[in-house]
Design a protein around this ligand. Structure first.
Ligand code: BGC
Length: 881
């Protein structure tokens, strides 16, 4: 029996805010093996019954069940569209029609905006970060067929209709390079409207737009006044449409939020609440007229998914008093989000909570690593029974909360934390017989949850929380295994492109709030863009999305941005060696000089290595989208850069001129080593690790690839040994020290209990979590075939080792679930593989001497073991090593 499940549009189940026909994908279900699609039919309609069919593909002979584009049908603005698919397979079976999926269109052209940005703030509020309300009552004059809200803000906003919050998004409209791109959200409000009187209300806060952000703690990065924009399309049953817009007929007022900022937290005075402010009957006579705020509506871009939400509840684990006498709640997990609490008090009674990450060696509250960020919530009671609160326009990075003031006794059950991040489907899972590795996997995942809050941030707690390009580049592949990152990175890469310098330079942080504002910073006054490994996010992240999802659209969309970055490096290189202004090099490596952040690997080397790597990737991407002229040009540039690298960084005997671990790692992983010296270079890397007593001393550049550089060159055992080290410095050292996320520094907490200097010591910094990639690609063995990406043809090559007795891993590909479990008993390995329908895999059995059970597969000899080509289905194989 063949069935279709799960239609996706632009990787989402129900995109809201579509302006061009999305790309479609679907999953085939069957009880047979080796199933592939032979044809499909896709229909799109105006209604869920498919009586009014707008598009019918007819039967298309094709094995493609992802990246399906249809000829552009003329979409209408503010409308819901229904889609269904059926398919046939190689067993002559035809599926029934799938269940229908739907998407909602946004405003197809920005010319359709009739609404104005309205502000309840005045010029005098430039230095405030308070909350404001705007509202309007209006009539619904008949039966509503469908109705949609298109809303955004300069600042952050929450939308209400008839007293209820619309949608479950938080911190909308998120953070983009607001001067160039501002996202607006689309909500279905059909069921929230009522015939007769209705009221819309929005609460607006400062957020990233005008609150304090960045190293110099400057405010008003994008403007001095918050504002709200809303356009509401109501389609009546009788075929007429009414559009309600924000304009000067709206009224404004201050909200109970007296202060709210990303770093410092929120002050909320419940006595200032105005009951029913967002309901129809409310009397807004004392409210003032709103003012129109200027903003170029050509910059508006619909957001179709991946908004920030409260994703997960984390219960408070214990409440205790520190040696210094502070009352502290421990949530047991370092995370990003906020606390909900309940309180009973008199009017004006205060709750004050300071969020923080870690206790010091004596078990006391440690706030120093937050630097200037206050992370403080203040709530003033209105004095009416049990009151509940959680913040609106801020977020905290924390595991602990110090209860500084609370009327009555703070009981554990009155406090609950919520992890808040961009909504992404969790796609990857990894578990094995080593509990420390499982904790590491947990920490990597929570590093992602803590730092994928609309933009990929370095850390969520101190006065930074910026979209550091390097961190996002390093962690991209790991993240893209764990969760479906397509929408998230797709959005951010548009800001990368928007913020590039005219010459193609890529800022250190995106959205770029540092350029032109960091003259006083000891480091960034040397440059705010174009550092190797950081700027290369412009190429490596699209490449990673291409690999993970097989998506060529991302290559097309980012093409000019990527090319401009490669050209920037070419224009600033001398004799094939590239280097430029401020470089972070092998940032925070342990081979740095005492007190320095810069690792010992020379900048010329890391810069040129990345120049070669990115140029090679770009050339390949040009080829994959059929731009053969660029492919030729950039492939020969790539070959030149590789030659230059070899000339400069290898001596005549094939030794690298820099004897650091990282130099050897990048040379090997980026394929820059002359073939004849490859083994020698890998063996030298092993020696460099031995020299450190079996430890790594790598920073941001070397760490992500060190295990790959070993396992790709005959040193899988050494890679396992390195991974499993648990004394300082190592991944498992943090685990042994009780980490629940990934630390910024190997020595965030030193073996003697003291800490790395508080000026930069985050305990939730995902960069070193890039080791996840090695767990999934090598231990579990999920490898991608570049020529057949998106796991259309997967390579399953688990490497048995590390004294592990079992591994269980899975990844939800765009075609369905790919899974692989292995168990080792004596010298017998039992392997269970699940290959999604409409895909194939090549299975490599690591060091197999003899296949004991083949489950119908035909195994041939492979360099070290056996291999078989596998069709879809579930297989159990046993072999002897
Ligand atoms: C950030 C890093 C970032 C680095 C670059 C730090 O402040 O937290 O993760 O990549 O600066 O210098």
């Amino acid at each position: 029996m063949l069935k279709i499940s799960e239609i996706r549009m632009d990787y989402l189940k129900q995109p809201m805010g579509v302006i061009t026909c999305p790309q479609f994908s679907w999953i085939l279900d069957s009880d047979k093996r080796s199933v592939h699609q032979t044809s499909y039919q896709l229909q799109m309609a105006d209604d869920s019954d498919f009586t009014n069919i707008l598009y019918d593909s007819g039967i298309i002979t094709s094995d493609e069940s992802a990246h399906v584009f249809i000829e552009d049908i003329n979409l209408k603005s503010a409308h819901k569209y229904f889609v269904r698919v059926r398919a046939a397979n190689n067993y002559d079976e035809t599926s029934p029609w799938s269940q229908s999926a739907n998407f909602v269109s946004a405003l197809l052209s920005n010319n359709e905006w009739q609404a104005c940005f309205i502000s309840a703030e005045t010029k005098e509020d430039a230095k405030n970060s308070k909350g404001t309300y705007v509202r309007k009552a209006f009539q619904v004059k008949g039966k509503v067929k469908e109705a949609y809200a298109f809303t955004t803000a300069l600042g952050l906003y929450k939308l209400y209709l008839n007293g209820k919050k619309i949608g479950i998004d938080e911190l909308t409209p998120g953070w983009t390079s607001y001067n160039k791109r501002l996202l607006y959200q689309t909500y279905d409000i059909t069921d929230s409207l009522q015939e007769g009187e209705n009221a819309i209300g929005a609460e607006v806060g400062a957020g990233w737009y005008k609150g304090v952000m960045g190293f110099e703690l400057q405010r008003n990065h994008y403007g001095e006044r918050t504002a709200f924009l809303g356009q509401f399309h109501i389609h009546y049953e009788d075929g007429t449409t009414e559009i309600i817009v924000t304009d000067t007929t709206w009224k404004g007022s201050d909200s109970p939020i007296r202060f709210s900022e990303i770093y410092d937290g929120e002050i909320y005075d419940a006595a200032l609440e105005q009951t029913g402010w967002h309901t129809p009957g409310f009397c807004d006579q004392t409210w003032k007229a709103v003012e129109i705020a200027a903003y170029d509506k050509n910059n508006l871009v619909p957001q179709s998914g991946g908004t920030v939400k409260e994703i997960e509840e984390v219960t408070a684990k214990r409440i205790f008093v520190t040696p210094k006498g502070d009352t502290v709640i421990d949530f047991g997990q370092n995370m990003t989000g906020w606390i909900h609490f309940k309180v009973k008090g008199q009017k004006g009674d205060k709750v004050e909570i300071n969020c923080f990450e870690i206790l010091d060696a004596d078990g006391n509250v440690y706030l120093d690593n937050l630097r200037a960020a206050k992370e403080t919530l203040v709530y003033l009671c209105k004095g009416q029974g049990e009151e509940t609160y959680h913040p609106s326009f801020t977020f905290q990075g924390f595991q602990y909360a110090k209860i500084s003031t609370y009327p009555g006794e703070p009981l554990l059950e009155n406090f609950t934390a919520y992890a808040v991040h961009s909504d992404m489907e969790q796609t990857g899972a990894f578990e094995c017989s080593n509990k420390d590795l499982n904790q590491l996997q947990h920490n990597i995942l929570w590093g992602l949850k803590g730092n994928f809050l609309d933009v990929p941030t370095d850390c969520p707690q101190r006065d930074e929380r910026l979209g550091w390009t390097g961190d996002a580049q390093i962690f991209c592949r790991t993240a893209s295994f764990l969760m479906n990152t397509y929408t998230f990175f797709n959005k951010w890469l548009k800001d990368v492109a928007a913020d590039q310098t005219p010459e193609g330079g890529v800022p250190h942080v995106v959205p770029d709030i540092l350029s032109g504002r960091c003259e006083n910073n000891w480091l960034l006054n040397k440059g705010t863009h174009s550092a190797a490994a950081w700027a290369d996010a412009a190429v490596i992240n699209p490449w990673t999305l291409y690999l993970t999802f097989g998506d060529k659209k991302i290559i097309e969309e980012q093409y000019d941005s990527m090319k401009a970055w490669i050209d920037f490096m070419r224009n600033h290189s001398v004799d094939g060696i590239w280097n430029y202004k401020l470089q972070f090099g092998d940032w925070v490596a342990l081979d740095a000089e005492e007190g320095s952040y810069f690792g010992a690997t020379p900048n010329d080397l890391t810069c040129t290595a990345y120049y070669a790597y990115s140029t090679g990737l770009f050339a390949k991407m040009a080829k994959y989208i059929g731009n053969m002229a660029d492919y030729k040009t950039y492939w020969s540039l790539y070959e030149e850069v590789v030659e230059g690298f070899r000339r400069h960084f290898f001596d005549k005997d094939g030794n690298m001129t820099a004897s650091t671990q990282t130099a050897h790692v990048v040379a090997l992983y980026f394929n820059l080593v002359p073939q004849m010296y490859r083994q020698k270079t890998a063996d030298t890397l092993v020696k460099l690790i031995e020299k450190e007593n079996g430890h790594l001393v790598t920073g941001f550049v070397g760490t992500p690839y060190i295990c790959h550089a070993l396992s790709q060159n005959g040193h899988t055992k050494e890679a396992y040994d390195l991974l499993l080290k648990d004394d300082f410095p190592s991944w498992l050292y943090q685990v042994k020290m009780g980490a629940t996320t990934i630390w910024e520094h190997w020595d965030g907490i030193k073996p003697d209990g003291t800490m790395w200097s508080p000026d930069m010591n985050s305990f939730n910094h995902y960069a070193y979590g890039a080791i996840g990639e090695w767990l999934y690609r090598v231990i579990a063995g999920f490898e991608i075939d570049e020529e057949n990406p998106g796991y259309k043809h997967a390579i399953l090559y688990p490497r048995i080792g590390g004294d592990l007795s079992y591994v269980k891993a899975s990844y939800q590909t765009i075609y369905g679930k790919l899974a692989l479990d292995w168990t080792l008993e004596a010298d017998t390995v039992t392997l269970k593989a699940c290959v999604p329908h409409n895909t194939t895999a090549t299975l490599y059995l690591d060091e197999a001497q003899e296949v004991l059970e083949s489950d119908g597969l035909h195994f041939a000899d492979h360099i070290s073991g056996k291999e078989a080509l596998v069709g879809s289905g579930v297989y159990t194989i046993k072999f002897r090593r």
